[in-house]
Design a protein around this ligand. Structure first.
Ligand SMILES: Nc1ncnc2c1ncn2[C@@H]1O[C@H](COP(=O)(O)OP(=O)(O)OP(=O)(O)O)[C@@H](O)[C@H]1O
Ligand SMILES: O=P(O)(O)OC[C@H]1O[C@H](OP(=O)(O)OP(=O)(O)O)[C@H](O)[C@@H]1O
Length: 215
């Protein structure tokens, strides 16, 4: 018997939308998978030879890139941040829609002209993506890495601006910030470890199952 295939699923907000999609792809987890109070991290499915792991959103990409998981479900924001060569992202799952944007305090935004920036100091969970974005237009970005609550950084003097996810815009508004530029539109993708895709035909079959589930 070959080792079971492992599908890595993020335990955050994508999970609720991922479960019906997985069901349409013919993957039904054992009881407890969608239950936050269940402390197990690895679960069986109704498919022989396919197991699930429940990990943090950023770690899905890492497990799959290193081949510890064969497939994963993860936001395109995370894929862009890591830019792992070993990841192949063949299916846009049409869930987890939001955008990665630059925001700054309303007071600063009033007279600000982003085309005049030459150096910016940014608080973000996405330092690589941010640096790449600014480098492409000749602006140097000094990034302060945070894992959440980026919105606090400008008022507390940690950074002038932030790069963060925006969906409804409510978090920015409630913290006195204005979205000044969209860096990228985001949705969740099915990711696959490239060597596993080449060597395990069941991986390609699962990719097709997800393609069918989205269509
Ligand atoms: N407001 C949002 N609207 C839509 N999708 C979002 C939103 N925020 C995050 N996402 C998507 O969901 C993914 C996971 O976000 P979530 O907020 O669940 O994780 P997190 O709190 O950042 O993760 P962790 O708790 O592991 O640090 C993001 O990478 C992104 O693709
Ligand atoms: O535009 P909105 O609809 O307000 O959504 C944006 C917020 O959603 C995400 O945070 P999340 O709620 O996942 O909390 P987090 O700080 O734990 O990441 C993101 O980091 C923003 O803070």
């Amino acid at each position: 018997m070959p080792q079971p295939l492992i599908l890595a699923v993020p335990k955050g907000r994508i999970l609720a939308d991922a479960l019906p999609l997985m069901a349409r792809a013919g993957i039904v987890p054992e009881a407890g998978f969608g239950d936050e109070n269940d402390r197990r991290l690895r679960f069986r499915t109704d498919r022989d030879g396919l197991e699930l792991i429940r990990v943090r959103a950023f770690d899905v990409a890492t497990f799959v890139a290193h081949g510890a998981a064969h497939l994963g479900i993860v936001g395109s924001d995370v894929i862009a941040e890591f830019a792992y060569a070993e990841l192949y992202a063949p299916v846009d799952l049409d869930i987890g829609h939001c955008r990665v944007s630059i925001a700054e305090p309303a007071g600063l935004a009033r007279d600000d002209d982003p085309t005049q920036w030459s150096h910016v100091r940014i608080a973000t969970k996405y330092p690589n993506l941010t640096r790449r974005h600014f480098e492409a237009r000749g602006v140097s970005a000094e990034c302060v890495k945070l894992n959440g609550a980026m919105e606090l950084a400008p008022t507390l003097g940690l950074a002038d601006r932030i790069v963060d996810l925006v969906s409804t815009g409510r978090t920015l508004k409630d913290n006195g910030l204005i979205e000044v530029e969209v860096i990228a539109e985001v949705s969740a993708r099915l990711i696959v470890n490239r060597p596993a895709f080449k060597t395990r035909p069941e991986v390609a079959a699962l990719v097709e199952a997800f393609r069918g589930a989205v269509a």
